[in-house]
Design a protein around this ligand. Sequence first.
Ligand code: APR
Length: 309
Amino acid sequence: MPLIGVIGCGRVGVSAAIQIALKDLGDLVLVDIVQGLPQGEALDLSHMASILGIDVEITGSNDYRDISGADLAVITAGVVRKADMTRMDLLQKNTAIVSDVSEKVREYAPNSKVIVVTNPLDVMTYVALRKTGFERERVIGFSGLLDFGRFRYLVAKELGVSRSSIVGPIIGEHGDNMVLLPRLTHVLGKPLTSLLPREKIGELVERTRRAGAEVISLKGWSASHAPGAGVALMVEAILKDTDAVIPSSVYLRGEYGVEGVCSVVPAVLGLSGVKRVIELDLDDYERREFLKSVEVVRQAQEAADKLLH
Ligand code: APR
């Protein structure tokens, strides 16, 4: 049975653990700095698994030694942005946390693949890459599935077709500068651009960008169920070596003409992590939008670099 460490046992970490357990993907170790929290969540989740007849081992710990030998580490540790925090405040706080966690992962699970979920996502993926020292194929940022899932939800409603019939890519930053690609989004071969008027597509893209904020304004805290589901799909692709093409934040080394920045791109995921980055044929407008988005991440990475030693 593979061993999966979930670091950060808050809302997103627990939701990811639930979805991973339901898919029976491996044994789980939950780690958090709060005493009792990971142990309590692990016990509750073990009872859940018992009711459902799923024989995964779920334990909780405040000690990183318990992730020793993990095949996969999912990093959700961090603070969530509050109303009085700037983006820079968040970057500073979470850079410190993800840096610390990454060092522990390097020490105790040196052969693991890492899925980063903490925001700001692309920069935290970069921080984890730097601080684990792992090759880029093993440090993979979440979020593409979340943003595309939100878009797909809106498009499916608009078109009156099943959500699963809508496929398409998403690239760029996880955040205000995400790049959805309606021209390359299809319903069984029919591009979205031929199914909906331009203005309507623009509206759905805008709503997707604001979806995270919409969730917060309604329920009072940030999304967790949707991220949890997406993380479990990535864990499944890696541990079952499915070669699923999943939008993931990857440190680019020349792909799309970009060097040294983490950005969401379509990636083939399997046992070794990112097996391949797929380069889409972007038109001039799409390429400009993508490069603008990448530039935002590059600047944030430079800010993070100054905080790391
Ligand atoms: N090591 C381990 N756990 C930590 C550390 C650390 N150094 N620092 C903080 N944590 C834990 C907290 O104790 C808390 O239990 O991380 C958890 C974060 O949980 P929540 O506050 O509930 O935040 P959550 O909604 O889960 O979001 C976590 O995921 O989607 C992103 O934007 C989100 O960056 C945020 C992260």
